[in-house]
Design a protein. Structure first.
Length: 447
């Protein structure tokens, strides 16, 4: 049965363009090698249990969009060997047209004693958390193919029909209506603001080629000892680790802009923050999108006051939870859907040439559950013949938003990867920005 796209999936579908592909890219580096036959069977079984991984988008008679199974099934695994030049990522990524092929691909590249697992996924298919659920399940199936006895999570594909809903019943929607109206009232003046990009630049035209060397990533690894200090600092200050990192990222923007002579003190700086909409009831939901976006705004002149930045970060996130502001963006998409009583409102909104965020912070938390049966004594993910050593994320950037910082936790380390648009930010500038962010985090650790 065809599965209609949610409002957010439609937005991400329309937001994909040649100059700004709406993909997420990841690299997992393993020590060891994989057996092709068992891995390909594991992928087939994973795709069978997660229908959106082997689906394409179709258009209905009245312009509606829906998912249906791809005629050729899921995309096959790609295999390569030998060292990768330059950044260590594949040089060319195939386009992802969801009306022609599924929106998830794997590439495995073997180089001596290491194997890199690359994943390319269209954001309309999965969010960041769902990607790592799929990776984990692929490895569970692979371990079972090689004789390891591990349990699989229970999934209920019928729940895909309820994904993206604001509430499960009409009465719940009525109960949440006051909070949603308050959220819209709070969001309206924010959405009308003119937001400054990190660096002034010309937005690429939709038909321009994507940036070379995709993705351009600068990474930092905070040791388990460092991460314990970060958590201890957050506990002392009665805030979350996410509040602390939000403060440090805003402060880094202020220091970096001042050092590079960028912008005005009166500029509005917006940090885009993905917010999970998943609940406990979604634990059996197959892989899909389950998040929305909120924006945290600060005047550039206020970015030097670290204490105030931390207080505001905590207050803003409490406000997001209290008024369920994660749903506000979905409500706005619903309003745009029929704006002016003309179809195609979400497409027009997605293609609007405006800076929606100066930069984006996505915190993925623990990449893999501490209860995973695949974790070894050192908390590394291990399957027969291969052990996961490192993870790197190439988040996506959008028009006028040339920086995305992705953060996650693995083996007790805090992993931070800055993905930047190499057309408008140089490698030296990106490295300097990451140095500035790291210095702000260490200030928090030592305070």
């Amino acid at each position: 049965m065809p599965l209609p796209l949610t409002l957010f999936e439609q937005y991400l579908l329309h937001d994909d363009r040649r100059a700004y592909p709406c993909w997420m890219l990841g690299r997992l580096r393993f020590r060891g090698a994989f057996q092709r036959g068992p891995l390909e069977r594991a992928w087939a079984e994973t795709a069978r249990r997660h229908p959106l991984l082997a689906s394409v988008v179709r258009r209905g008679r009245f312009g509606e969009f829906y998912w249906e199974p791809a005629p050729g099934g899921p995309a096959p695994i790609g295999w390569g060997c030998g060292p990768l030049a330059g950044s260590g990522w594949p040089a060319d990524w195939a386009p992802m047209d969801l009306e022609k092929q599924p929106g998830l691909r794997w590439i495995f590249v073997e180089d001596g004693t290491t194997t890199d697992m690359f994943i390319q996924t269209h954001h309309a298919v999965l969010d960041g958390g769902a990607i790592f659920s799929v990776i984990h399940e692929l490895l569970l199936h692979y371990a079972r193919e090689l004789g390891t006895k591990v349990e699989l999570p229970e999934l209920r594909p019928e729940l895909l029909g309820t994904r993206g809903r604001l509430a499960s019943s009409r009465w719940e929607r009525l109960a949440f209506l006051p909070a949603h109206l308050a959220g819209l009232a709070l969001a309206w003046p924010i959405l009308r603001r003119e937001v400054a990009p990190l660096v002034p630049h010309r937005t690429a035209a939709d038909g321009d080629p994507p940036p070379p060397g995709l993705p351009a990533v600068v990474g930092r690894r905070f040791s388990p000892g460092d991460f314990k200090k970060i958590r201890a600092a957050a506990k002392r200050l009665a805030v979350s680790v996410n509040d602390l990192l939000t403060r440090d990222l805003f402060a880094a923007v202020g220091v970096w802009r001042k050092a590079h002579g960028v912008g005005s003190p009166l500029d509005w700086i917006r940090l885009g923050v993905p917010v999970s909409l998943r609940s406990h009831a979604d634990r059996h939901l197959p892989a899909a999108n389950g998040f929305s976006l909120v924006g945290l705004d600060r005047r550039a002149k206020s970015l030097a006051d670290r204490d105030r930045l931390l207080r505001r970060a905590r207050e803003d996130m409490q406000l997001v939870k209290k008024h369920r502001l994660g749903h506000t963006f979905l409500l706005l998409l619903g309003l745009h859907r029929f704006h002016g009583l003309r179809p195609g409102g979400i497409l027009r909104y997605a293609r609007r040439p405006a800076c929606r965020a100066t930069l984006v912070l996505t915190n993925l938390g623990q990449f893999f559950s501490p209860r995973s049966p695949l974790l070894d004594a050192a908390q590394r993910l291990a399957v027969p013949g291969a052990v996961l050593e490192d993870i790197s994320i190439g988040g996506l950037f959008r028009p006028a938003t040339c920086v995305t910082l992705a953060i996650g936790i693995y083996t007790g380390q805090l992993l931070a990867d800055l993905h930047y648009d190499a057309r408008f930010l140089t490698a030296a500038q990106a490295e300097n920005f990451m140095e500035t962010f790291e210095s702000q985090v260490r200030l928090s650790m030592e305070a």
